[in-house]
Write a protein that binds this ligand. Structure first.
Ligand SMILES: C[S@@+](CC[C@H](N)C(=O)[O-])C[C@H]1O[C@@H](n2cnc3c(N)ncnc32)[C@H](O)[C@@H]1O
Length: 330
């Protein structure tokens, strides 16, 4: 009976306790506590953690202990906390994503999510006091940095897979439209010595990127609603899901103007499969609604969009880690 009760609580807790859980997790991430714990064997006493972070001894002990059932830490001996597979993840691959999503800006951003859901309109920017989500980057440069770092680490999860699945050799020039940190185009150029690349994004984003121009890499700023540079291949990775169909068509039309006869557009985004829902896709679908009026799309949604933009889908290359690729022809 007791076990049953515990199980029921474990199931029920994330539904009503998620806010507290993530708020506590944000303290762990803000103070880089996962990084402090060296190995799964050698831990750190909570009094040491308290000294480094300046968090009260008693309360940091209770916060660390809180996360033990969630396997974020283990407590080897009284008061000594050690790393686990999960905290290793949060000091590596998922560090930047976790920092961004558990950050105070995100709490501010989601404060009015109920309004977005009630109206099916993106009210997120209003919560941040800006007209469009992208304007928040100018207003809060430190949030822009968190965002870029998170997109970079998310991209790292995708890039290896993209390079394995896509042959870029037919193209002389590739423009990554909304390329942000520029990690993808840099990797493509490193792998294909004959290709010239362009990383295209808003000025405020490129100004923050450590990426530098090289003889084969140009950095071009501007808006994809106005004009994009000419290229043989245009990559739109995690771009169209940020926008409703009407804006996607405008973006695609801008790209079409810069295409020549043989140019291709490569869209790298999710494809929702109704009978195989994935947590990650449905999570970002809600973010898209609240922040941008965008959405994650099914294959049918994509095809309808392409039809409206006068584009024909060439092929779906493959399902990859954290994304899907679709090739479109003009
Ligand atoms: C979700 S991020 C994707 C970044 C990158 N492609 C990736 O997959 O990591 C969307 C990008 O679109 C850019 N963006 C938003 N509005 C834009 C506009 N009007 N013109 C050009 N880029 C824009 C943002 O600055 C951001 O870098």
């Amino acid at each position: 009976m007791l076990e049953n009760n515990r199980n029921s609580f474990d199931i029920a807790y994330p539904f009503f306790g998620g806010y507290l859980h993530t708020k506590l997790f944000s303290i762990i991430m803000k103070h880089d506590i996962c990084d402090m714990l060296e190995t799964e064997e050698n831990g750190l006493h909570y009094k040491e953690i308290s000294k480094i972070t300046k968090i009260n001894e008693n309360s940091i002990y209770r916060v660390m202990r809180y996360f033990i059932p969630f396997k974020l830490f283990t407590e080897k001996e009284n008061g000594v906390f050690c790393k686990t597979e999960i905290s290793t993840m949060f000091s590596g691959t998922f560090k930047a994503l976790a920092k961004r999503y558990s950050n105070d800006y995100n709490y501010k951003l989601y404060d009015n999510i109920e309004e977005s859901i009630m109206k099916n309109v993106n009210m997120g920017p209003e919560a941040l006091g800006v007209e469009k989500y992208w304007d928040s980057f100018q207003k809060y440069p430190e949030y822009c940095k968190l965002y870029m770092d998170s997109m970079k680490s998310y991209s790292k999860l995708q890039i290896e897979n993209i390079l394995q699945n896509v042959d870029f050799s037919p193209y002389k020039s590739i423009a990554d439209i909304g390329g942000s940190h520029g990690l993808l185009i840099k990797e493509i150029l490193d792998n294909y010595q004959s290709i010239a690349g362009i990383n295209f994004d808003l000025k405020c984003v490129l100004d923050k990127s450590p990426l530098k121009e090289t003889p084969r890499l140009s950095l071009v700023n501007g808006s994809f609603f106005d004009q994009v540079p000419k290229a043989n291949c245009f990559i739109l990775k995690n771009i169209l899901h940020d926008w409703d169909d009407e804006h996607c068509i405008k973006i695609l039309q801008t790209v079409i103007k810069s295409m020549d006869q043989d140019s291709k557009i490569m869209i790298i985004d999710y494809i929702i499969e109704p009978k195989q829902y994935k947590t990650q896709q449905l999570f970002t679908d809600i973010i898209m609604l609240h922040c941008y009026n965008g959405k994650e799309r099914t294959k049918e949604d994509w095809d309808q969009l392409f039809e409206k933009a006068n584009l024909k889908r060439d092929k779906i290359i493959s399902n990859v880690e954290a994304g899907c690729q679709i090739l479109s022809l003009k």
